[in-house]
Design a protein around this ligand. Structure first.
Ligand code: PRX
Length: 669
């Protein structure tokens, strides 16, 4: 059914009626036990935000010195726990060195070749102190920036924590990025030291990190003075005298104690680059106090963390999810955080399930793109493993299509694990919209409700709230502790990118996420896609998510990406790129069947004019489908823009060829 629409809002056309509630057993034992508890907590957090955050900060974190004010809010600039002093590593390590926790695993690490390591809180303390002392020896001081370009090995986390220990700012660059991308980020961050490894193992190959570093540092043009190299693959690499140092050599005779630097709540903890659509990376800046509290409390409540849990977030530490939910949030809670160097690959399709079985993982947090790839491989793979230790599942990074959600629920969770669909961004630092697993029932495909302390809304382009079930811009209307403070070196870009209504009246000063969404009559948020991807079909503005979910709900479809192409009469027409589940083949007949399926599911308005079957969709390194290029391909334009954001740019050429063929055979208009 189409909803009433206005020119500046987005229509919602997909109806999803399923509701999945947690078992009473889960709820009884949860931190937040009922919807009434959530409502009470939420209400208090909104009516008295400062006392809400202040109480949590006092109860959940250790401060060396208490703050004077909870919040100074001069939109869009916020300061949290003003003049409060702390060190995030004290909260993540030192305070867990108690008789009951010091020998508890802080990090369980599994390498891709099958090697593994367990670091207890005590071990982590020693390793972080040693690394911190090495940084000091290399003349790193408070406020200096250290770049980290590493595989997923414990030293990556140790390096991050060592920086935080001495007050240095870390800038982690995902180990899958090229020398060129690394170079750009080093230049922007002005990092002094680079921490890397000889290489890492990924998909049965060696990722040659150090040689990428050598290329990035050619001509001595960067600010990097010293490079610390961790031995991982034992491949031959070149070490430049006076610049490059093996970590194991630096560790000789180094002290195992390093007192935490007393940091101000608003000192910078890290810079993390996100690839903006313009290609110029944005260095998102997070500060210590607010980020510490928000990642701590979201980890505790959203993942319903218990002291006995083995918790696994599959994100790489090169992304914000790795920062907040593999490192800082879990460690601050004294949890056991599992990290894995590899990814599922033809030689080991079941590696994730094997790890869950091996370590008895209880909480598993991953991305829709990964779940879709598991679906494609077939359910017989996870079914070979004992996944009964799992009690909670999570997802993040993209809208999850309802059918994918159901598969995750049935096949991985055995219909007993709640799923938390967590909406948030690099910029928000932590989870913003989510269900709380013991308290809020899930609707497959909806990220549910705002976390306590968050006023989220859907507005039109003038900043006015839209009515229920109408799509619009997803915004956050109040400050929260882990909000980004600026874009490194470009405060103006920060204001322009996220604070659309800054110059208007102050009540319209709100954070613009760049996503579109709708709220249903229960107040649940449904993310419709990025606002850049909204289509205009015969005057109806439609988000990409619902059309894609309609396609994915057909049993043959694995993934779908829908864009619009110019059309003389309708303005724009729908063009769908579709990958199929294994064992299904592309055909004209299937194309027609899918078009009919979409018509049946959501109406003729959404019927794709063209379906292009493909083996693969272009994705970013963090697994997001890039629709920008698909639009160009669908419209028969030459591909423009920075292709280096795509994992496998060859996909674009293949898609271009196929699109040409479709057009030449008149299967297009
Ligand atoms: O479009 C939204 C999508 O991912 C974007 C943020 O990406 P990034 O900064 O890389 O952070 C990813 C990890 C937090 C958002 O603007 N996104 C993230 N989570 C969801 C989502 N879209 C729908 N549902 C989600 N749960």
């Amino acid at each position: 059914m189409l909803n009433h629409h206005k020119e500046d809002t987005i229509e919602s056309i997909l109806q999803e009626e399923r509701v999945v509630s947690p078992s009473s057993n889960f709820s009884i034992n949860a931190h937040i036990k009922s919807f009434q508890d959530y409502e009470k907590l939420y209400k208090k957090s909104i009516l008295e935000p400062e006392s809400f955050w202040e109480n949590l900060a006092a109860k959940e974190l250790h401060w060396f010195h208490k703050w004077d004010n909870v919040l100074e809010w001069n939109p869009p600039n916020s300061k949290w726990f003003v003049n409060g002093k702390l060190n995030i590593t004290y909260n993540c390590i030192d305070r867990h060195l108690t008789p009951s926790r010091r020998n508890k695993p802080a990090i369980i690490w599994e390498g891709e070749p099958g090697d593994s390591r367990i670091l207890t809180y005590e071990n982590l303390y020693v390793e972080v102190c040693k690394f911190a002392n090495i940084l000091k020896q290399l003349k790193v001081t408070k406020g200096d920036c250290v770049a980290i370009y590493m595989p997923m090995i414990p030293e990556a986390i140790i390096a991050m924590l060592a920086c935080a220990r001495i007050g240095a700012v870390h800038a982690v660059v995902f180990g899958g990025f090229s020398a060129e991308s690394l170079k750009g980020r080093l230049k922007d961050s002005q990092a002094k030291i680079l921490v890397t490894a000889d290489g890492g193992f990924r998909k049965d190959k060696i990722v040659p990190l150090k040689s990428q570093v050598d290329i990035a540092l050619e001509n001595n043009s960067s600010s990097i003075e010293k490079v610390i190299v961790v031995r991982r693959t034992e491949e031959n690499i070149t070490m430049r005298n006076g610049r490059d140092f093996w970590l194991h050599n630096l560790q000789q005779n180094i002290s195992t104690d390093c007192p935490p630097e007393i940091m101000d709540s608003e000192d910078t903890l890290f810079i993390l680059y996100t690839s903006g659509s313009t290609g110029k990376p944005k260095g998102v800046v997070h500060t210590i106090g607010g980020y510490s509290l928000y990642t701590h409390i979201t980890t505790k409540w959203v993942f319903d963390l218990k002291d006995t849990d083995i918790y696994w977030c599959t994100a790489d530490i090169g992304w914000i999810t790795g920062h907040s939910y593999s490192v800082y949030g879990p460690l601050s809670n004294g949890a056991t955080s599992l990290i894995y160097e590899g990814v599922p690959r033809p030689s080991n399709l079941g590696c994730f399930w094997n790890i869950i079985e091996k370590y008895g993982v209880n909480i598993f947090y991953t991305a829709p793109t990964a779940i879709r790839s598991f679906m494609k491989m077939g359910e017989d793979i996870p079914q070979k493993f004992d996944l009964s230790s799992l009690r909670l599942l999570g997802t993040v990074g993209e809208p999850i299509n309802p059918e994918v959600w159901m598969w995750y629920y049935r096949i991985i969770g055995n219909e007993k694990c709640p799923i938390v669909d967590t909406w948030w961004q690099t910029e928000t630092g932590g989870i913003i919209i989510t269900s709380l697993p013991g308290a809020i029932s899930s609707k497959p495909g909806s990220a549910s409700l705002p976390f306590p302390g968050i006023i989220a809304d859907v507005v039109d382009k003038c900043g006015n709230s839209v009515s229920r079930n109408t799509g619009g811009l997803l915004v956050i209307k109040n400050p929260w502790p882990s909000m980004l403070r600026t874009i490194y070196g470009d405060h103006q870009r920060f204001e322009k990118s996220y604070w659309k209504f800054l110059s208007d009246k102050s009540d319209k000063c709100m954070y613009s996420s760049g996503d579109s969404a709708r709220r249903d009559t229960d107040g649940y948020f449904w993310i419709l896609g990025r606002t850049d991807d909204v289509m205009n079909i015969s005057g109806h503005r439609l988000g990409s998510m619902e059309l894609e979910s309609a396609l994915v709900s057909h049993h043959t479809v694995n993934e779908a990406s829908v864009v619009s192409v110019p059309h003389q009469i309708k303005g724009e027409d729908i063009y769908a790129f579709v990958t199929l589940n294994n064992s299904f083949k592309a055909s004209d007949q299937l194309s027609n069947e899918l078009k009919q399926h979409v018509t049946r599911e959501i109406g003729a308005i959404a019927r794709p004019a063209t379906i292009q079957f493909t083996q693969e969709l272009p994705k970013t390194r963090s697994g997001k489908i890039v629709r920008r290029f698909l639009r160009q391909i669908a419209a028969g334009q030459s591909i423009e823009g920075d292709k280096s954001t795509i994992v496998n740019p060859n996909v674009l050429n293949e898609l271009e060829e196929q699109a040409k063929w479709l057009r030449n055979n008149n299967l297009y208009y």
